[in-house]
Design a binder for this molecule. Structure first.
Ligand code: 5AD
Ligand code: SF4
Length: 446
């Protein structure tokens, strides 16, 4: 979501005549885009901002703004703490970015962290310039909803991103079609709890399409070959959404479905609204609909009160589901969250670190095994470009969202589909060789 918000900011400024540069030295305006989901990310802002603002001594015309969830959380306190900071704006106020830059040029500082929960205006942004929607990568994000009404006890997102608001399906489909016309072949539908899309609520988007229907409509758009979405919440994994995995060929056989813990007691303390058994049932139903489905997840270790045996339950759930991948984090206390207000006894830092390492070692083994099982098979990647490892290698993502590093003899083209023979596996990626002309199966770009 933050990555896509950054694209939106770049696009807004592009419409004002600004162009992106690759370093701070060449920039007239520098924005720091922040995340406050864990404390570490928040602390990073303070160190970066200090050194950036120090540059203003030599370059007094440099304009510096802070956006994102820390901006929303701290608001005016940031302007007070950093007297040289020009403006602060929250995630619901992207649209005001050009006027805040204008004010900064006139040496006026500004703060935009207000928002109206029911407002659709946050979605009303100028049309995206191709440079800021996909480049030539063939893929793009489309926002379908924002905010969250679930209030998991550890999470700051409902406070920073506000209440759940769905965008009209008409607008979503129009944007998706426009992207397809420009050569985008893979769309990722975005939302904090994306599959809560269109929940009927007074004053919100009543009678909207169901999320599974929205996926089908997007998949029907000519040129759209791949559809993904992130991140869903387990409680909104409805039968029709699960069924779509067996029925919609464009829906990629991968789902990122955050579980957070394998212990029903901890899930309850987190206010996740499902049990270990509920999650396992959902995973099983998904694999019944699509047997080769890859499932990845998010996990938190050391939630206050998590006992050793409750942590072991997380390990056993991870083994049982055989996640292809997971993001795991040590619990980080966030200001104003229900868990912080309850002041529960925290897990010793060394113990939490130990749990994280054990969990990550298990995941590494599972990921490698999942990759090894793919050796000898054929897959199709959407080509991203040169491999990060350099050399002749190229990189792409397969339908299961695995990174594939491969060699090919044809000229390199980004944003096309390419068939690959998988020849080897590492814990991080698959290795392979392009089958035939790498641009085959591709669609014309723009
Ligand atoms: N501490 C640790 N991890 C957190 N996450 C969200 N809030 C916290 C927190 N306070 C993790 C969850 C979520 C992911 C985006 O970040 O696993 O799914
Ligand atoms: Fe945070 Fe829970 Fe909402 Fe996800 S569903 S954004 S973890 S409160």
């Amino acid at each position: 979501m933050n990555q896509h918000d950054a694209e939106k900011m770049a696009n807004l400024l592009h419409h004002e005549g600004y162009a992106a540069v690759s370093s701070v030295d060449g920039a007239d305006v520098v924005l720091i885009h922040t995340c406050s989901v864990r404390d570490k990310a928040e602390q990073k802002l303070y160190s970066e901002l200090g050194s950036l603002l120090a540059q203003k001594d030599e370059r007094p015309d440099l304009i510096v703004g802070v956006g994102g969830c820390v901006a929303q959380q701290e608001g005016g306190a940031l302007l007070k703490r950093f007297p040289k900071l020009d403006f602060v704006f929250g995630p619901q106020n992207l649209v005001h970015l050009p006027s805040m830059v204008e004010s900064a040029i006139a040496r006026e500082r500004s703060l935009r962290v207000d928002y109206d929960d029911d407002r659709q205006a946050r979605f009303e942004l100028p049309e995206r310039h191709p440079e800021f929607q996909a480049g030539n990568s063939g893929r793009a994000f489309v926002t379908v909803m924002e905010g969250c009404d679930l209030f998991c006890t550890y999470c700051i997102v409902p406070a920073t991103r506000g209440r759940e608001v769905s965008r009209s399906s008409e607008e979503i489909l129009a944007e998706a079609s426009a992207l397809a016309n420009r050569g985008v072949i893979e769309l990722t539908l975005l939302g904090q709890t994306v599959n809560a899309y269109g929940r009927a609520r007074p004053g919100r988007v009543d009678g909207e399409l169901r999320f599974a229907t929205l996926i089908r409509r997007v998949a029907e758009i000519a040129g759209i070959e791949r559809v993904r979405f992130t991140s869903p919440h387990p409680i909104f994994m409805t039968e029709d959404l699960i069924g779509a995995y067996g029925e919609v060929p464009e829906l990629c056989p991968h789902i990122h479905l955050p579980v957070q813990s394998g212990s029903t007691r901890v899930l309850e303390a987190m206010s996740r609204r499902y049990s270990r058994e509920d999650y396992l049932r959902t995973a099983e139903a998904l694999r019944t609909a699509r047997p080769d489905l890859a499932i990845s997840t998010d996990l938190i270790v050391g939630f206050p009160g998590e006992s050793r045996s409750e942590f072991e339950e997380t390990l056993s759930l991870v083994s049982e589901v055989r996640f292809v991948d997971s993001y795991s984090f040590k619990y980080s206390e966030r200001p104003g969250t229900p868990a912080q207000r309850r002041g529960l006894q925290s897990v010793e830092p060394d113990e939490a670190q130990d749990r994280l390492e054990r969990l990550q070692a298990l995941q590494k083994r599972l990921t490698l095994e999942a990759h090894q099982a793919r050796v000898g098979s054929r897959t199709t990647v959407l080509v991203d470009g040169a491999s990060r490892r350099g050399g002749e290698r190229r990189q792409g993502r397969d339908p299961y969202n695995r990174v594939v590093n491969f060699t090919a003899t044809s000229p390199m083209v980004r944003g096309v589909l390419c068939d690959i023979d998988v020849t080897a596996a590492t814990p991080h990626s698959l290795l392979g060789v392009a089958e035939g002309d790498c641009a085959s199966g591709s669609l014309p770009l723009r």
